[in-house]
Design a protein around this ligand. Structure first.
Ligand SMILES: [Fe+2]
Length: 190
């Protein structure tokens, strides 16, 4: 999706710089590619696109703006933009629960996600401008259309391992997400 198209689709309350707009466009383009490869229905693809546009719509907002939204005492400041954007989108009339949850939890993962949340999580992490371990990320991205559930588990494991290696805190939402997609999870969702 071109920067102009992202700009046209962004809500009026968005706070994003040019780099963020470019990132959102790449995430949307990755999702479009996966949707085309999987033969995803246009309505579903439109949901993926809405989530892509909204997920970082407040990523460049400063703390004063983010503090106007419901407080998140347990979440680090740099993750507030997701819940804030979900709240703003809901106030502006977005009623699709899957889209709102995709946006709200995109930094952490969420056990209750439908396909929108899962595909956005993958596209946000695998989009082509992320510099580290590029070959590995490209290989993941190429396998998503044929094996989304397996790749989701592998990507979540990679992110979890990275945080553990660096001594980072793991949010409750992330553990619940991991357990919902773990190899022995009884869930059959994709
Ligand atoms: Fe993002």
């Amino acid at each position: 999706m071109s920067p102009d198209e992202v700009t046209r689709l962004l809500p009026p309350w968005a706070v994003v710089g040019p780099d963020r707009i470019a990132h959102i466009g790449r995430v949307a383009a990755v999702l479009e590619g996966w949707g085309a490869a999987r033969g995803t229905a246009p309505d579903e693809l439109a949901r993926w696109r809405r989530a892509a546009v909204l997920h970082d719509a407040l990523r460049d907002a400063d703390e004063a703006v983010l503090r106007r939204y419901p407080p998140l005492p347990d979440w680090p400041l740099k993750t507030w933009h997701g819940p804030a954007a979900a709240t703003a989108a809901a106030r502006a009339g977005e009623h699709d629960r899957g889209i709102l949850d995709a946006v709200r939890y995109h930094s952490f993962g969420y056990a209750g996600w439908d396909d929108v949340g899962k595909m956005l999580y993958l596209a946000d992490y695998l989009e082509p401008a992320r510099p580290y371990e590029r070959e590995r990320l490209d290989a993941f991205a190429a396998r998503v259309p044929a094996a989304p559930r397996t790749v989701l588990r592998e990507v979540a494991a990679m992110r979890l391992a990275w945080r553990l290696r660096n001594g980072g805190r793991i949010a409750r939402e992330t553990w619940e997400f991991w357990n919902s997609i773990a190899a022995d999870a009884s869930s059959s969702s994709s």
